[in-house]
Design a protein around this ligand. Sequence first.
Ligand SMILES: Cc1cc2nc3c(=O)[nH]c(=O)nc-3n(C[C@H](O)[C@H](O)[C@H](O)COP(=O)(O)O)c2cc1C
Length: 199
Amino acid sequence: MKSNLIESIKLRRSIYNLNNQSTISDQQLIDQIKAITQFVPSPFNIQSGRVVILLGENHHKLWNIVLETLRKIVPAANFASTENKIKSFDAGYGTILFFDDTPSVEDLKAKFPLYQQHFDSWADQANGMLQFAVWTYLAEHNMGASLQHYNPLIDDEVKKTFNLPKEWRLIAQMPFGTIAAPAGEKSFLPIDERVRVHK
Ligand SMILES: Cc1cc2nc3c(=O)[nH]c(=O)nc-3n(C[C@H](O)[C@H](O)[C@H](O)COP(=O)(O)O)c2cc1C
């Protein structure tokens, strides 16, 4: 039986050429991202993942922060390619920011000292599940997205600009929009080297 989930997983790619359009209404996007955030699992049901959806001017503000932050540290001779890359994200419709609420994780460490060395990694793993679910949801609606990591360089400015708690740790940025150009070829390792079956 064909699985819609697996078809959507296959469809998801890193899309770098985005248009400033959406196939999904803003309200539907917001409602579905809330549902994904609510239902994706987390260690001990900690629910420490935090999501910020930036649309319109706020999306452009984010990529302007990235641009101006990198301008200060990238040598001027190399800046044109950096600027083009950032402009390609800014060309999209919106950006989803993924954070982790660090006090929630610290509470869990105090409550369950036996597992405390695992919790940072588990929080990241749960956040990755959340990112993947959102990315796949966008793909299912023919929306392109990619995963970017300008943290921690931009963290302070992002929190100041969007009035976010200082305890939130920025983990990833996902610019998205309709697909201006499809992803390139992707190579795959032989799957039987990666998945072994004992039956
Ligand atoms: C945890 C993780 C981190 C990634 N970080 C970046 C990144 O910082 N910048 C970027 O352009 N792509 C990033 N990617 C995208 C991968 O390069 C991409 O998923 C991979 O090459 C497979 O291509 P596909 O997404 O088109 O299937 C990341 C992917 C994952 C899962």
